[in-house]
Design a binder for this molecule. Structure first.
Ligand code: PRP
Ligand code: URA
Length: 211
């Protein structure tokens, strides 16, 4: 079974409380999504492999560690996942970015894919899929299905969100037991419209001011 990592650092909890507040405007929402993503990204990249290199400080020669191994790709699920790209790229500036366009049908809650563009060598990369909300899990699962169709091994995929519902975690873990999930909060449940409670509302609308 995959790991579920809830990043409950006090600074993350504090920023999440501000993010959930319905009175927070678009500018503040964007800034906080960016900041919280950096905390998540720090944990998500914790097990990147490293290798020794020789360098010379002003005082002596020394062996030090640098990142090695597979290259990274960040894969935001549009629209809301776009808000998490800059935060991830601040930590991993050389990562490539592939976009997955998807929206939930408001009646059926089924995801519909409308765009998919990945780096050509995506099957050789570690892929970090980002989307602020894991609700039913349908969008995350369909996004990973699309990556797998392009020969990405699910072992090389991580899913990062800000708020997860237990229903979404269960569905994603059942579909892809190899994919570790990182979240800033595990909330209570979904409401009858498929929104996470207490949640933060519609992440895409709050991020882009389309409420
Ligand atoms: C939201 C969110 C996820 C999806 C989660 O996107 O950003 O992609 O819903 O729901 P699920 O787990 O039940 O699939 P939405 O469809 O509202 O599109 P948007 O980002 O363009 O607003
Ligand atoms: N998508 C959102 O943006 N918010 C939710 O609560 C659920 C799905």
């Amino acid at each position: 079974m995959s790991k579920l990592v809830v990043i409950d650092h006090p600074l993350v909890q504090h920023k999440m409380a501000m993010l959930r507040d319905k009175n927070l405007g678009t500018k503040g929402f964007r800034e906080l999504v960016n900041e919280i993503t950096m905390f998540l990204g720090y944990e998500v990249t914790r097990d990147l492999s490293v290798e020794d290199i020789e360098i010379e400080t002003p005082l002596m020669k020394t062996t030090q560690k640098v990142i090695s191994g597979k290259k990274l790709a960040i894969a935001p699920i549009l629209r809301a996942g776009l808000g998490m790209v800059d935060g991830m790229l601040l930590l991993t500036p050389a990562a490539k970015v592939g976009h997955i366009g998807m929206f939930r049908d408001e009646e059926t809650l089924e995801p519909q894919e409308y765009f998919f563009k990945m780096p050509q060598d995506i099957d050789e990369r570690e892929v970090i899929v980002v989307d602020p909300m894991l609700a039913t899990g349908g969008s995350a699962i369909m996004a990973i299905d699309s990556l797998v169709k392009r020969n990405v091994d699910p072992v090389n995929v991580k899913f990062v969100c800000l708020v997860a519902a237990p229903e979404g975690v269960k569905a994603l873990q059942a579909a892809y037991p190899q994919v570790d999930i990182y979240t800033a909060a595990l909330d209570e449940k979904l409401n009858e419209d498929g929104y996470i409670l207490p949640g933060l509302g519609d992440a895409g609308d709050r991020l882009f001011g389309t409420l």
